[in-house]
Ligand binder design. Structure first.
Ligand SMILES: NC(=O)c1ccc[n+]([C@@H]2O[C@H](COP(=O)([O-])OP(=O)(O)OC[C@H]3O[C@@H](n4cnc5c(N)ncnc54)[C@H](O)[C@@H]3O)[C@@H](O)[C@H]2O)c1
Length: 284
């Protein structure tokens, strides 16, 4: 059984991961470079853990003290050195991720597995900057993490069978299934979903329809739970834009060219839910 998990990055995914781990009684070392972000994350974790049992009765009611006793927030990456398992959730930017893995490889125990939570970046490429490519695996969690029963797990070119088995055991502890796929930029989920989110932004920019009309067509006509622009707001438009850049650079295919409206909204600080405004307005 895993007990102590290192979560790197306390943004949308790191916070969501921590909520899920707390609800399953695991201890978390939560790392971010920004002290203020750790404070925001702690407030969100407390609030979400409080509401979770109302949404799903399987989750325990936990006091603030119980939650905070499991979450150790820090700005020091070295604090994850003794963790059983690492899940990294820093921005979808190779320069940031590369530095994290170079350092993690130096400080972590030899047997520790690195779970890469990335939207698009190749797991083989991440494994290649470490001395343990066999113990690096893609763990593409979906948002909000504690509400999703399955995740996309990506086997890098050198990921070992033992690492896949350990990832499955870790996920079983979180009551989640793994859908295991092979490595190629964007994997399955985002190679496909980013095409429709990007195209939806082009449709709005071209004045063909409003955001709501686009999403309504997906929800009311196709029966999807969420439309592409609501999904983009939930993910974060900055993350969507960075992922499109990764896909475009890798495949050199114009179908992945990022819509200028997305870039403009990111520059304006309208990145979706996390900033209170994107294709829709949100109360924080
Ligand atoms: N948002 C989603 O729905 C979603 C879903 C699946 C996967 N992902 C992937 O997960 C990763 C994280 O995405 P996110 O949406 O949580 O991003 P985010 O921008 O919300 O959060 C990233 C966090 O990392 C922190 N950070 C930056 N540099 C750091 C460093 N050197 N050390 C420690 N912390 C650092 C930032 O301060 C920020 O709090 C990305 O690779 C993204 O593609 C995102």
């Amino acid at each position: 059984m895993f007990q102590r998990i290192g979560i790197i990055g306390a943004g949308t995914m790191g916070t969501g991961m921590t909520v899920d781990l707390v609800l399953h009684g695991l201890e978390i070392i939560l790392v971010d470079i920004e002290e203020e972000q750790l404070e925001r994350a702690k407030a969100e974790i407390l609030q979400t853990v409080r509401f979770a049992p109302m949404l799903n009765k399987k989750y325990p009611r936990m006091s603030e003290e119980e939650v905070l006793s499991l979450v150790h927030a820090t700005t020091q990456l070295e604090d994850v050195a003794d963790c059983d398992y690492i899940v990294e959730n820093v921005p979808e930017n190779w320069l940031i991720k590369e530095l994290i893995y170079l350092r993690l490889d130096e400080i972590c125990r030899e047997e520790t597995v690195f779970g890469v939570n990335t939207s698009c970046i190749s797991i083989t490429k991440v494994g290649g900057v470490t001395n343990r490519p066999d113990r690096v695996i893609g763990m593409h969690f979906m948002n909000p993490v504690y509400m999703k029963p399955s995740i996309e797990v990506i086997r890098g070119h050198l990921t070992s069978d033992e690492t896949v088995a350990r990832a499955e055991a870790f996920l079983a502890q979180l009551d989640k299934d793994a859908i295991i796929v092979n490595d190629q930029t964007g994997f399955v989920s985002n190679r496909i979903s980013h095409l429709y989110m990007n195209e939806a932004a082009w449709v709005v920019m071209d004045g063909v329809a409003t955001s709501k009309q686009v999403d309504d067509i997906f929800k009311k006509c196709f029966g999807h739970k969420m439309g592409p622009l609501e999904t983009a707001d939930l993910i974060g438009l900055d993350t969507v834009m960075h992922s499109l850049h990764v896909l475009y650079e890798e495949y050199q295919d114009p179908k992945f060219r990022c819509c200028p409206l997305l870039k403009k909204m990111v520059d304006a600080g309208e990145c979706g839910r996390k900033q209170g405004k994107g294709f829709y307005a949100y109360s924080k």
